[in-house]
Design a protein around this ligand. Structure first.
Ligand code: GDP
Ligand code: GDP
Length: 463
């Protein structure tokens, strides 16, 4: 079991129906009358290959007075506390009601991760409701029909990233013995083209950066439309939404962390939300484009976002926008490269691309850098090549010999991709200094030409 999902929302939106669909057994009662089921229910959910725990908060009365509102709040808060992810359901045929707003409020305050579902949206029935749902400020609505099983693929795509996020840490999952290592090896994708973006499996891109860096302008440019409005005011956008497109022949799904533009109700909260949304979009993405403003590059917020993308194991491309404003391009580029190396050493080798979202210059290079970063992120290196390389590395610069006994690096294999992860069997892995691990990781990156992807290295003991 990976994560726990709570289905929350006002009575009668279809929570129990969805719960039943996910659990596959009729555990919860369903009825036309609001509030037939009373308690929090928990079940083992299955959605295609995803397994998780689901909590149903059905059982709330329609809110007609204060005591009920209190009860609704308590039950929801309890579910939120128990869950890793909340799915907030509204009724797409009814649209956003005042009680929905109360729930949205609770979720914004208490829940770390919220998905927004617009139920009863079979056919086109939920179109208006889905549009309205954007106003809740909880991101892109997922259209569902719990009753008819529609939208389950979108729900799956939205939930899938949490599987990895809440999986046992990579290190714990890695094999402990030799036999396991060869099994892990065998499990890796052997089809080198398996990761190529297709219409069914578009390359997932998030564009993140400070307000006003030009995210919306860039995305409009990529999409070739003016679908998203842009303007000079900082922070007037906030939801993370995604759009599918074909970009220079590459099927993509692009997450705009600024997203829909609208008047904000709570102005002072906005900045905080847009950062949280940016971080959320990172989880959905395969490649993260960190968009900088050439006039104020590498600000603290930029650094935080880039670091988050790296720790989340995403491929990263750094794009410096508004390049059209720069007169002395050569000098500026040298300065940016120096800053990049100094301020983001963890992203060593990641591509730095200059673009002008406004004029469209540099977008072809950005496209190529993204494709390449995605390839590298999915790259698999044969075991024989790794071991030849490891031999050369240890010969050129032998590992230290604490207490007079040299640490021996015996065998190496790639245990995972997306991002690439390697296991080295060695004697006394705990004693190998960080500096030596860095030597290996940097060497891997250079020798096997892997820019723009995090590389994970795991040491396992063997005699
Ligand atoms: P809950 O109170 O939120 O748990 O809602 P229920 O699951 O009990 O559903 C309330 C009513 O909405 C029931 O009559 C369901 O049959 C109906 N319902 C649930 N999902 C859908 C749907 O996707 N489409 C339509 N048209 N009705 C639905
Ligand atoms: P967001 O908040 O990151 O989505 O930023 P916007 O896309 O709304 O852009 C903020 C401002 O920067 C707008 O006034 C844009 O016209 C301007 N802008 C965006 N890209 C460029 C660019 O490449 N060059 C110049 N000169 N201005 C740009």
């Amino acid at each position: 079991m990976t994560f726990t999902l709570a289905i929350v929302g006002r009575p009668n939106v279809g929570k129990s129906t969805l719960f039943n669909r996910l659990v596959g057994r009729r555990l919860a009662l369903v009825d036309d009358q609001p509030g037939v089921t009373r308690d929090l229910r928990e079940g083992d959910a299955k959605l295609f290959d995803l397994r998780f725990t689901v909590i149903d908060t059905a059982g709330l009365e329609e809110v007609t007075d204060d005591s009920l509102q209190g009860r609704m709040r308590r039950l929801t808060e309890r579910a939120v506390d128990m869950a890793d992810v909340c799915l907030f359901l509204i009724d797409g045929r009814v649209g956003v009601t005042p009680s929905d707003e109360v729930f949205a409020d609770i979720l914004r305050k208490k829940a770390a991760r919220v998905l927004l579902g617009v139920n009863k949206a079979e056919g086109k029935a939920g179109d208006a409701g889905a549009l309205e749902a954007y106003s809740l400020g909880l991101g892109e609505p997922i259209r569902l029909s719990a009753e008819h099983g529609e939208g389950m693929d979108d729900l799956y795509r939205a939930l899938k990233p949490f599987e990895a996020e809440f999986a046992p840490r990579e290190a714990e999952m890695l094999p402990e013995t030799d036999t396991d290592i060869s099994e892990a090896d065998a499990e890796l994708e052997v089809d080198e083209n398996a990761h190529r973006p297709t219409a069914a499996k578009p390359l997932q891109i998030a564009v993140i950066g400070r307000p006003n860096a030009g995210k919306s302008t860039l995305i409009n440019r990529i999409l070739g439309t003016d679908r998203m409005l842009t303007g000079p005011e900082a922070g007037i956008t906030r939801d993370a939404i995604s759009v599918r497109a074909d970009w220079m022949g590459t099927p993509i799904r692009i997450w705009d962390t600024a997203g829909m533009r609208k008047k904000a109700k709570v102005v002072d909260k906005l900045e905080k939300l847009s950062v949280a949304d940016g971080l959320r979009a990172v989880r959905f993405a395969e490649v993260v484009v960190v968009l900088l403003d050439v006039e104020i590059p590498f600000e603290v917020q930029d650094l935080r976002i880039a670091d988050f993308a790296e720790t989340e194991g995403r491929a990263v491309v750094v794009a410096v926008n508004k390049w059209d404003l720069e007169d002395d391009k050569q000098e500026k580029l040298a300065e940016l490269k120096e800053m990049f190396e100094r301020l983001l050493p963890q992203l060593r080798g990641a591509p730095l691309v200059t673009v002008s979202a406004k004029t469209g210059r540099g977008l072809d290079r950005l496209h190529d850098a993204i494709r390449r970063a995605h390839d590298v992120w999915n790259r698999r290196i044969p075991t024989a090549k790794l071991n030849t390389w490891l031999g050369a590395m240890t010969e050129a610069h032998p590992p230290p010999a604490p207490g007079g006994h040299r640490i021996k690096l015996r065998y190496m294999t790639q245990a995972k991709t997306r991002p690439p992860g390697f296991v080295i069997k060695c004697s006394r892995p705990d004693e190998l200094p960080e500096s030596y691990k860095r030597y290996l990781v940097n060497g891997l990156r250079d020798h096997f030409d892997m820019p723009g992807t995090p590389i994970r290295l795991f040491l396992r003991s063997q005699g």
